[in-house]
Design a protein. Sequence first.
Length: 373
Amino acid sequence: MKDGNRYYKLYLTVKGPVYIGESTTPRSKKEYIYLKNEGRIIFPDMRKMYMDLVKKGMEKKFQDYMLNDRKNLAEWLSANKISSKDIKKWTKYELKYDDVDDIRGIEQQVMTFVKDPWGNPYVPGSSLKGMLRTALLTRYIRENGEEYEILKRNVRNKSAEKASRTKMLKYEIGKVESQAFNKLLMNEKKIDDIKNDIMSQVVVSDSSPLSIDDIILCQKIDVSVDGTKKQINVLRECIKPETRIEFQLKIGEKAGITSQTIIDAIEDMKEIVYEQYLSRFKIDNIPVGPVAWLGGGTGYATKTVIYSLFENENGYRVVDNIMKGTLGRIYDTHKHYRDSGLKVSPHKVKATKYKGQICQMGMVQVEIEETNI
């Protein structure tokens, strides 16, 4: 192109429900209307609802409910004889939950999907760029393994130490990334400077807006190596399978990255995640072609390059050390001490259910086409 940049459209076709949270805090049971017998959840406009209740002279009663009552919102509205007509007036949107199993005696937590100011779900460009960065780093490590022998030794040693999740291997992985990406020489005195990062030449737009009709409720499910499934009382708003998501992608001429580089990197990442991790769970429903994992709830193996660094070298032992060093007492509670014996860490894969079938979270198929901008 005339300006030295190359422009692309990048498409993701969802194969496993994709979750990108607008908050790390679940919606309170007092913020949504859980209609269990009707198989749906209504998300009201809380301001509209409150103003309407004030008009009905129920302000004090509602405030007392929010502060002291343990009922969920549906139960409180029913007890106060609020009509379905009123509820309809307040409704921002509603979702069915056909594939959700009730967990006896436990209130479901609901994690909502990120939305734009108009209430439309979308995928932030930063989420996609993070996915691409991990894939490209995986490919570089695979092609240049001999460069990483000292760093691998440091990672293995440091993984045995105790640290917080945010600090564990932060320096070591930073060095791995610097070796792969910091090649622009904008600051020759400090190679680790972010100005030298070739990924600064990769610009990813937010996705085109999606519709609430593209969103489904998915239950968090952990699947063990032996196939045992455990339903968790967490529901996530997810983009449903077969939804197509569009992004704009710009790559600067200094990056040394092409659309084929990205596709090859995604293929490498898929191969390593499958061979080093997913194959232990006898999962065979990975589509042919460039497939990646996007968003939350996809599992540790899809977010890290540890398995790439230690490909065919018992990488699960390093991951097990990381779990032991960062989880504290939860390590034993979640039975991670079994990981080494099972030769897989973590020993549960993240999944959900769609149309009655167990499927992996966040799996997407990737296409890239050059445009004439």
